[in-house]
Design a protein around this ligand. Structure first.
Ligand SMILES: [Zn+2]
Length: 203
């Protein structure tokens, strides 16, 4: 889609959105009330993938989730900082790291295990680098796994690795250690819509 057409589609969508605050998917109530303080009950670190709109996946509305999205749902410094804000300033006590099946960032990283000849920008490499060690370890642990199985494994381990990094972050670790905050990895299946949790509670 050409940029101008894409922008026109966004403009039209926002006109529909503002025209009727009570329509399904709109925030409801007056805009001035919605502009007040936020009090989300959970945070989610998700992938930028368009097929995983976090609020929709969990059937939550405006103001209910504090969502950080980045390709590959990695926990880099700015993602950790954002979630630290959500926990420390907004009082959130549950952080879900949401990987998903068919993740392009994971797929690209796994492909580079065998052939890293294609040059990537340093910014893209910063994402691949986060996932690379996980992918390597998973392949070593399951050398006979087929490509689908390997991808599934890396998606899960990547979410677990991001969750571990968040738990150990300086701004979160004390709260996680004394049980005030739970950080749990999870995986969303594009094929079924089901989210499976891999945290200590396995809720
Ligand atoms: Zn993804």
């Amino acid at each position: 889609m050409a940029p101008a057409a894409a922008l026109a589609r966004l403009r039209a969508g926002n006109r529909r959105f503002t025209a009727d605050p009570e329509r399904p998917g709109s925030p409801g109530g007056s805009w001035s009330r919605r502009a007040g303080a936020q009090a989300p009950f959970a945070a989610v670190l998700g992938c930028a993938d368009s097929r995983v709109p976090v609020e929709r996946v969990f059937d939550q509305g405006f103001g209910e989730l504090f969502v950080v999205r980045v390709a590959g749902n990695i926990a880099g410094p700015s993602q950790i900082g954002s979630l630290e804000y959500g926990v420390r300033q907004l009082g959130i006590r549950l952080v879900v790291v949401l990987g998903h099946s068919g993740c392009g960032a994971v797929d690209a990283t796994v492909a580079r295990l065998d052939d890293a000849s294609q040059p990537l920008s340093s910014e893209l490499m910063s994402i691949v680098d986060e996932i690379h060690a996980v992918a390597l370890k998973e392949r070593e642990a399951a050398p006979d796994a087929g490509s689908e199985e390997l991808l599934r494994g890396v998606v899960r381990r990547n979410a677990e690795a991001a969750a571990a990094r968040l738990r150990g972050a300086a701004g979160l670790e004390p709260l996680v250690s004394d049980g005030q905050v739970l950080v749990t990895p999870a995986v969303y299946a594009l094929e079924t819509g089901v989210v499976e949790y891999y945290g200590p509670d396995r809720a």
